[in-house]
Design a protein around this ligand. Sequence first.
Ligand SMILES: [Zn+2]
Ligand SMILES: [Zn+2]
Ligand SMILES: [Zn+2]
Ligand SMILES: [Zn+2]
Length: 248
Amino acid sequence: MPRALDEALLKELECPVCMEYMVPPIKFCTNGHSICSKCRWGVQCCPTCRARFSEIRNVTLENIVRSQKYPCANRQSGCLELFTIEHIAKHNAACVYGKINCPFTLNTNCTWNGVKNDLIEHLKSEHQANFFESTSSFRSSNFTAKIVNIISFFGELFVQYKRPRDGRLYSAFKLIGTNSEASKYKCEFTLRAANGIEQISKTFLVRGYSEDWETIFNSGKCFCLDEAVVSHFLVQYELNLTVTLYRV
Ligand SMILES: [Zn+2]
Ligand SMILES: [Zn+2]
Ligand SMILES: [Zn+2]
Ligand SMILES: [Zn+2]
């Protein structure tokens, strides 16, 4: 459980000019009002009391800022994650509770952009062939093209990306959610050969939506097989690959 946020303290840590959380170094006016380093250079005098600024840093306040955990800008929409001052801006820019691009931008020219709650309607109308509802398992047979599939299950949306690259076939799942929500799920990839005897089964954790696919594919935390191996598992030119999601 995240500890209760000290709303009064958070309010104090907002810059009076840009209303964002102040990032060190923090300067203050001769009466003690603070301002963020970005806004300091845009004003002649203190916006609160008109006194001039000193060049002294408020080290105590900077230490408080560094030890504080900050809520996501989309907290009202349901994102309950907390971040340090170094990570909050990066998270806000990629947060799945804000506006996101359609996951099918990976292999189509889809330009949809909106909030997660509106995405299902878009998937139903535009990407029906690769959108699986109320099933935690499906068969994924094409192995020559970049494929995106989306599963709606457990009340969540999961994106599978499968992609051949440099003689290997890669695949992984992301939850359209935060890293800690994603770590509650795992995905199992099972390849079966035509002879009905040989099979390969691999299981990985689902990744958070803010991670990028290249990083996931390079990390080894995903399904990855040589195409020579994959070819052995082709059944009439198609893969017999079953992917299944589970709760951890
Ligand atoms: Zn500011
Ligand atoms: Zn002042
Ligand atoms: Zn967030
Ligand atoms: Zn789309």
